[in-house]
Every structure is written in C-alpha cells, then in structure tokens.
Design a protein around this ligand. Structure first.
Ligand SMILES: *Cc1c(COP(=O)(O)O)cnc(C)c1O
Length: 403
C-alpha cells in the first residue's frame, strides 16, 4: 500500500478484515501467552521462534498491527509501541546509554523527561549537557566525541521552540550520534522526523495519535536495526514497557481520524493564536503558525503547512495591579468551556500553567532561563468552533481582571 495518499493510508494501512473471521475491526488479542504446540511441531529453529507468538511482553498481534500502521504513517521502516510515552523514552535511553556516554539534550523538553535524565541517568554515570537546539552553532559547540544521543523536541514543550531537525541530524551523524526527536506535539501528517533525517522519533500516543484521551501509550519509529534493538532490549527486558493490547486497540480506533483531527486542530489553533495576539491581556503568543513567531521559517519548512493545536502565551504584567502569577491563578478559575488539565492532544481544549503544573519539578532558576515564567500559559486547542473558544477567553480575561 506504498503509493496511496496519506488520507487513504490512515484508514487502510495495516488494517484488513481479520483472516479467520472477516471481522472488520481489528481483534483485541487480550492474552499473556500463546500455545507453543505448532512451534514444537515445526521445529524450534531461530527462524520459527522469531515468527511465532510466545509471550505478550515480546510480541502481541494487536500491538503488531498498531506498529505496522504507525510505521507506515510515519514513513519509517519500523515501529515499536510501548506502555506510555515516557516508557518509550526510557526504553530508548536504556537501550543505548552506558556509563561514560554523553547525551546532548534540548534545554526545553517535557518535564518528566528532564526528571528522568537528571534523577536517573545523570546519577548512573551518563554525562548530560543541555543546549538550545534551535541554535545550531551551540549544538556544534556542545557535541563531543562520546556523544551517543542528541535528544530534542520540536515544537518543544511548553514554549513551542522549533529545532531544525534535518540540520541537527547532519550534526549528529558527523559524530556518529543518534538523533532522537520527540514529535508528540506534531505527529503525522504535520511532521515526519524520520524522513527529515532523525534516526529515532518518539511519540506519546496518549496525546494526538490516539486523540481520545482514553489510553496511555508510546511509539518509537525509525530504522529497522535501531527499532529491533530497542524492541529486544529496552522494551522487552531493560524497562519492560510493552503496550497493553487493549490500549493499542483503542489507539487503533483513534488513529484513523488523525488526518481530520490534525487539520482541524491546526485551523482552530491558528484562529485562537491570531485572537490572542491582539488581546490587551497578552504580551506574546508562541505558535509556530504565526509569522511573528521566532521559529516560523523553520516550522514552515518542516511542518507541512500545518502547525498543530498546541500554543502558549505570556500574560501581561500588572493587569489591574496583579502580578503575572496572581492573574494566571485567577484566570484558570474563570473558563467555562476550556478545561484546566495537564495533558494535551484531545478533542476538547485544555489549558495549564507550566510553572505550577507540568514543569513544577524544575528549579525557578532553570525554568526562568528557558522562558517558563509565572505568566506563561500553555493550551491544547481542541476541535471546537474557534468563535466559542475566543468567547470563553474573552469572558475569562474580563472576569479574572475583576477578581
Ligand atoms: C505527554 C508527553 C510525554 C510522556 O508521555 P506519557 O504518555 O504521558 O508517558 C513525552 N513527551 C511529550 C512531549 C509529552 O507531551
């Protein structure tokens, strides 16, 4: 099915009627183990073992179908799905990092990924340097002979900072390092990091890929040899993070509308971003689709003309005599439609305060250094009518000012 358009692949890739029963929906193989009788009959050769299901921590048919689907949609050779996005990231690090190795990490990343690196890998003898990966000169200066991985997010959580993926891949490959990109904020059909040169791309499928907010999951895509290694080491043994077949089944349901959803998220978020840009309460809007946004030119090049549903904005200081933090705390209590919640990528709009919520584990100094101020709010714009969202923002700003 290689020559089909993306919209067609989204519906059909990896999902044919079940051979045994004709079931149109993919069955959930909710089983831990499998009968090995046929393996005994056919002979326990390495080849037979490799193609036989033995135990669901190693492989499971429902997970396999989701893997094939995601690999196809991502334009990657192979994929492995995991129990969560962070489980996927842990499995990559556990597979490739050893004491004495160096990892170069983007200075703005998902909060728990940073905690994983600082609280675990740093303690285990991995050298860690944080760098602004959107500045390629800094990346070139910071990379070392023992750099095993360059790790980045684009757009980055929470301030949407854009990194030039193709250029970073080039730098990584000059040093024999692996470029890993967390593309959770911009899944297909917006961004295809593997096609841009990233060796490994990682997603929290919990977010846009499932899109329905009903299952945790992660996915890793990339070249077959790397994915095979992650599958056999990180996912199967070191971290033991296999996906649950039921969650994979829910994700298979959700993924079929990802093309429709990402186009709609992008359309609605652009409207909201334009509105916020003109709001007297807002100092600055961080959305890759805005021409005023610092990373817009690179985003235009690598995001396929769509900019997704994630946006952040900075509140003005001193509104009605309030500090940024006071105003934000009031504001979060004032929305009717938009929900205060830490996740993202769902059909309903969500808002959160990174300094108080998703990035609270960072020290004040560390978060201020990368622009996570007391006035920064992050929103995941859903697929509602933008007029209703703008009305909710307008009313909430007014109400918060008078609290
Ligand atoms: C949510 C998220 C993760 C972690 O995924 P889980 O499924 O919650 O484990 C990693 N990276 C980014 C950018 C995320 O938004």
């Amino acid at each position: 099915m290689k020559n089909l358009a993306f919209e067609t692949q989204v519906v059909h890739a990896a999902q044919q009627p079940d051979e045994l029963t004709g079931s149109l929906n993919t069955p959930i193989y909710q089983t831990a183990t499998y009968s090995l009788k046929s393996l005994l009959e056919n002979g326990m050769t390495a080849e037979n073992i490799a193609k036989t299901y033995t135990y669901s921590r190693t492989s499971n048919p429902t997970n396999d179908i989701l893997q094939e689907k995601i690999a196809t949609l991502a334009g990657a050779q192979d994929c492995v799905v995991t129990s969560s996005g962070l489980g996927a990231i842990s499995s990559i690090f556990a597979t490739f990092l050893r004491p004495g190795d160096h990892i170069l990490v983007a200075d703005v990343i998902y909060g728990s990924t940073q905690t994983l690196i600082d609280d675990y890998y740093k303690q285990m003898g991995i050298q860690v340097d944080y760098v602004n990966t959107s500045n390629l000169d800094l990346v070139k200066k910071a990379i070392k002979m023992n750099t095993k991985i360059i790790y980045t997010e684009s757009p980055a959580n929470p301030n949407m900072k854009i990194t030039d993926i193709a250029a970073c891949a080039k730098i990584a490959h000059e040093y024999n390092a692996i470029l890993v990109v967390d593309s959770t904020f911009s899944p297909f059909p917006i961004q295809f990091p593997n096609k841009l040169g990233a060796d490994i791309c990682v997603y929290s499928t919990t977010k846009y890929i499932n899109g329905h907010g009903n299952a945790l999951g992660g996915a890793i895509t990339g070249k077959s040899d790397l994915i095979k290694e992650i599958k056999n080491k990180g996912v199967k043994i070191y971290c033991a993070t296999p996906a649950s077949p039921f969650n994979s089944w829910l994700t298979l349901n959700g993924i079929r509308t990802i093309d429709l959803r990402m186009k709609k998220h992008s359309e609605v978020a652009l409207e909201v971003a334009k509105f916020l840009e003109t709001s007297p309460y807002v100092e600055k809007v961080f959305y890759p689709g805005l021409e005023s946004f610092e990373g817009h030119e690179i985003a235009k090049k690598q995001m396929n003309g769509l900019y997704g549903g994630m946006l952040a904005f900075e509140i003005k200081d001193g509104i009605n005599g309030m500090t940024k933090l006071e105003f934000c705390q009031n504001l979060l209590l004032c929305f009717d439609l938009i929900t205060v919640a830490a996740s993202l990528g769902e059909m309903e709009s969500l808002i959160e305060h990174p300094a108080l919520m998703t990035h609270r584990a960072l020290s004040t100094e560390d978060r201020l250094k990368v622009g996570i101020t007391d006035g920064l709010l992050r929103t995941s714009i859903g697929i509602e009518n933008p007029k209703d969202l703008i009305a909710d923002f307008t009313a909430a700003f007014e109400k918060a000012k008078n609290m």
